[in-house]
Design a binder for this molecule. Structure first.
Ligand code: KIV
Length: 267
């Protein structure tokens, strides 16, 4: 019997039922088939493709055309998982530009939701997209597109004032129409507070075990990434003999709460 595809309603239901949401990135049709078959609920065509596919040091050089190309390929491999595509750096600097690029990601790429790195300056943009019935994921915490402004990839929200601002921004983005929040590199307790403050699902990457779901970059799970990896990364190829079994182990570890463990978290 065909498995029904994941949609926003099923993701919200998973949050309400306390079922962890297993998310992963993918950039091509073959890996999309693999992660879909392994049971991932949500697949992100992240602008991390600038680093893991294109070999850049940051996500800044990625263009909308790049994300459309990879999203179109991923969409051909997915049958069940919900497909999200990243809005690259400076492609959503005003509401009309954001709308135009989001529509391209959906019409040309096949994305079901777009993700943008947000804060209070993006509230009007999220409002504009939501008014046009575009599903939006707001990415808070460490925002890789701002790496040159913040001076490196580091944990965010450790100071109480900064943490409170992130909670307020998350609520404001939800009220503006965001359907999902993604939190990157924040302490466990902040992840928990934001998850408890919101009705929409909160997906974490380095945001601790108390959020509604987890996401990792596929190439980190499969130990393809060269050099040092962030603390929250777990190599699932250890103990598994194939990519499909490694991704299945990741999905299972998220669903059963075995990932993230203490060593993958920030306090
Ligand atoms: O671009 C990406 O892959 C992301 C993940 C790190 C969540 O935004």
């Amino acid at each position: 019997m065909a498995v029904p595809p994941v949609n926003i309603a099923s993701l919200k239901k998973m949050k309400l039922n306390g079922e962890a949401i297993a998310c992963i990135t993918a950039y091509d049709a073959s890996f999309a088939l693999t992660v879909d078959h392994a049971g991932a609920d949500l697949v992100l065509v992240g602008d991390s493709l600038g680093m893991v596919i294109q070999g850049h040091d940051t996500t800044v050089p990625v263009t909308v055309d790049d994300v459309i190309y990879h999203t179109r390929n991923v969409s051909r491999g997915l049958h069940r998982a919900f497909l999200v595509a990243d809005m690259p750096f400076m492609t959503y600097s005003d509401p009309n530009q954001a709308l135009e690029n989001a529509v391209r990601l959906m019409q040309e790429g096949g994305a079901m939701m777009i993700k943008l790195e947000g804060g209070e300056d993006q509230i009007s943009i999220v409002e504009h997209l939501a008014r046009h019935d575009i599903a939006v994921c707001a990415h808070l915490g460490l925002k890789p597109q701002s790496v040159h402004k913040i001076g490196g990839f580091r944990v965010q929200g450790r100071e109480p004032k900064e943490a409170q601002k992130m909670i307020d921004n998350a609520k404001a983005l939800q009220d503006a129409g965001a359907d999902l929040v993604l939190l990157e590199c924040v302490p466990n307790e902040l992840g928990k507070s934001i998850k408890e403050s919101l009705e929409v699902p909160v997906i974490g990457i380095g945001a601790g075990p108390f959020v509604d779901g987890q996401i990792l970059v596929l190439y980190d799970i499969l130990d393809i990434t060269q050099g040092s990896t962030p603390k929250f990364v777990k190599n699932f190829m250890i103990d598994h003999d194939s990519p499909i079994n490694a991704v299945k182990a990741y999905v299972d570890a998220v669903k059963t709460g075995k990932y993230p463990a203490a060593e993958h978290c920030f306090s």
